[in-house]
Design a protein. Sequence first.
Length: 539
Amino acid sequence: LGASLYLRGLTADQFQDLTNKLWSSQHGNCFICGQPMDLTVHAGHLDIDHVEPLAVGGKDDPLNFALTHDSCNRSKQAADLRVARVLARFSRIRAAASLDDGRSANLGDVLKDSGGSKYPLVVQDAVEEARFAFSQLSDESVRTVPIYKDTLSEMRYLFAELPIEYLHHDDRINPRPIGSNLGGLVEEFHRKLPQLHVALAWYSKSDESGPKIKVFDGQHKAAAQVLLGVRRLPVRVFIDADPDALLTANTHAGTTLRQVAFDKSIQRHLGNTLFWDRVQRFRKDRGLAEDDLSFSERDLMRHFKGEFRAMKRYILDAARDSITNDPENRLRPFIDLGGRKTERPLSYSTVERTFYSFFIYQDVLDTALDFEYESGLNPRDLERGQIVRLMNLIADKLLISEFDPSSGAYRVENRVQSGDDDITDAHLRAYRLMREEILYAWLGYIKQIVSWSFAAIGKPFKAERMFQYQFPEPLWSNFENYLVSLKKMPVWVNRDLATTVFGGKQNYAFWQQVFESGKTPQGQQVLAGPLDLMKMVQE
Ligand SMILES: [Zn+2]
């Protein structure tokens, strides 16, 4: 009953009467989740609450009451029940997307859930104006809008308010999922504050399934409004546009220009897309077949010399992204691609600063992209495959059924300090081994182990591209032995060290010193002695 004087003043009969009335006016469904409420089965587990909170001027009056499951009311994501209802719906959309194929929801999912993204839009564009009708919605009136030309790029565009049935999400130019700021935007629009920027979209007349209006910017604002029931959205539409120019402009906005904060993993993914785009353009410029891969990374750099620096980044992004998104990668579920690092032990940045900076060759190759591909010895392919295999070994030995997702990665050492019994030894060990400064130190020795192995069989190799040479099979047993003996070290489950050694964030050199001497730079004995790498790989 909370703060409601009105509800507290009701007799039991009057209260039941109000419950019944709300139940039938809501057609028997919970105001927040929309699922049925059973007046007998759920008796004692239903809440009556203010739709508009009293704190913001809602009335303590039957017209401002709604009936909900009490669990829905307890876990609501906003004080205003109308906003809470919208966010509950988005949570369902998000859960469905993740159940579907393990991805995060984007504008496309929101549009489809609202009956949008159904039709292409045929636009008749003359020099100065464009005409179209919403025939599939039985609205045959012809709209005429002016066509503008972007002065510098000379790209043509129009402004229009389009029904959501004609709007589609472009997940190639904009591969970002909808983030956690959606709730704030829903509240903003719910308070009747206007949308400040229009969404950006484009279409191509050569689109095989008909010209689709594809939204590539402004998806959060669009999604928030669609969830609030908006059926038409204002958009700036590039006419018969070159998607590559838009992709490049949007990528630059989120990377080099820093106009929008893209997560690193998203930047890499866009870079990968741009890499394949340039490959495509290179073939066209040279008159090569559509599947030709007989040219090298160096050839691409030379060909696109106007952007050779960016080209080099796309090449490396492609190498990184193909590892991160390899379907066989079992380490991936332990990586927080959003970079916030509260549930998962590894942030994407940590993976870049360790695995990728240690093991990916950072320069361009002179061999053809398809060099030795059939034999399985293609350098980039070997590199990707062997890094993924190493990541899988690490996931299998140190993380899977060790790291407990329900315990998470948030303030683990603090919780250990305060005697939190829910943190198991296995979880604590997995968490500590994945801390960036610790991982950096022990993962670095992998390079040492590879060098020994090649030296033992007399194989010449270049250290900076060691993952591009096929590893002999016994080397994988060496890695495994190394991980197993690393895992056995008592330091990872020593809870007394939560305040000292593991208390603050140490630098890389701190842990290198520990592994080399058994002691911290301050002289505290932490390990039995220096790491004996040779012994570790043979055990
Ligand atoms: Zn409910």
